[in-house]
Design a protein around this ligand. Structure first.
Ligand code: GAR
Length: 196
C-alpha cells in the first residue's frame, strides 16, 4: 500500500511543517507530503517545502472576493494533487463550513493548548493568566466550530515559575514538533483514509 498523500496548509514560519517534512523524509514513514499551500506568498514555510522537494502553491486570500471562493481554489488544488489528508500547520485563516465539511474526517489541526482549554489566539498568555500548572498542545480533527473537533493526541508541558509567554511558547512548540508527526503516523497507519 502507498503512503498517505498529505497536503499542508500554512501561513508563516512553518516549523510544524518542518517537523512533518522531517518525519516524511524517512521512507518507512506511512505518509508523504505532496503539496504545501500558503495564503501568504512570503511564508518561510514555502521555502522549507521547496528545499524538501515538495510542490508549493501560494494562494493569496486577498485576491478573492470572499472566504468561499478562496477556499474553493484551495480545495481544487488539493484534489488535483490527489491529497487524502489535509494538515493545518499554523494556517491562520478561518475556513468556510463548506470547505470543512468537504474534508470532514480528512483534515487535522495542531493547536497550542490542551483543548478544550484556551481556544483561539494568544493561548500562552491565556494559560499564564489562568495560572494553570500544565499547558501543551492538541492535534484534533477539524470540524466547523473553531478549535473544537475530537482530539487525536495531546502533548503536555509544565508551566514553570517565572515563565513568560516566550519561554512557555518555546516549550510548547518543542512538544508540537514531537506531537504532530506522531499523530500523522497514527492516522496514516489507518488504511481507510487511502483512496487506493
Ligand atoms: C503553532 O504554534 C501552531 O500550533 C499555531 O501556530 C503556530 C504556527 O507555527 N496554530 C494555531 O494557533 C492555530 N489555531 P509554525 O508556523 O512554526 O508551525
Amino acid at each position: 500500500m502507498g503512503r498517505l498523500k498529505v497536503g499542508v496548509l500554512i501561513s508563516g514560519r512553518g516549523s510544524n511543517l518542518q517537523a512533518l517534512l522531517d518525519a516524511c523524509a524517512d521512507p518507512a514513514f506511512p505518509a508523504e507530503i505532496a503539496l504545501v499551500i500558503s495564503n501568504v506568498a512570503a511564508a518561510e514555510g514555502l521555502d522549507r517545502a521547496a528545499k524538501a522537494g515538495v510542490a508549493t502553491l501560494a494562494i493569496d486570500h486577498k485576491d478573492f472576493p470572499d472566504r468561499e471562493s478562496f477556499d474553493a481554489k484551495m480545495d481544487e488544488a488539493l484534489r488535483a494533487a490527489g491529497i487524502e489528508l489535509v494538515c493545518l500547520a499554523g494556517f491562520m485563516r478561518l475556513l468556510s463550513t463548506g470547505f470543512v465539511e468537504g474534508w470532514r474526517g480528512r483534515m487535522i489541526n495542531i493547536h497550542p493548548s490542551l483543548l478544550p482549554a484556551f481556544k483561539g489566539l494568544h493561548t500562552h498568555a491565556q494559560a499564564l493568566a489562568a495560572g494553570v500548572a500544565e499547558h501543551g498542545c492538541t492535534v484534533h480533527w477539524v470540524t466547523p466550530a473553531l478549535d473544537d473537533g475530537p482530539a487525536i493526541l495531546q502533548g503536555r508541558v509544565p508551566v514553570l515559575a517565572g515563565d513568560t509567554v516566550e519561554t512557555l511558547a518555546a516549550r510548547v512548540l518543542e512538544a508540537e514538533h514531537r506531537l504532530y508527526p506522531e499523530a500523522l503516523r497514527l492516522i496514516a497507519r489507518d488504511s481507510s483514509l487511502r483512496s487506493e
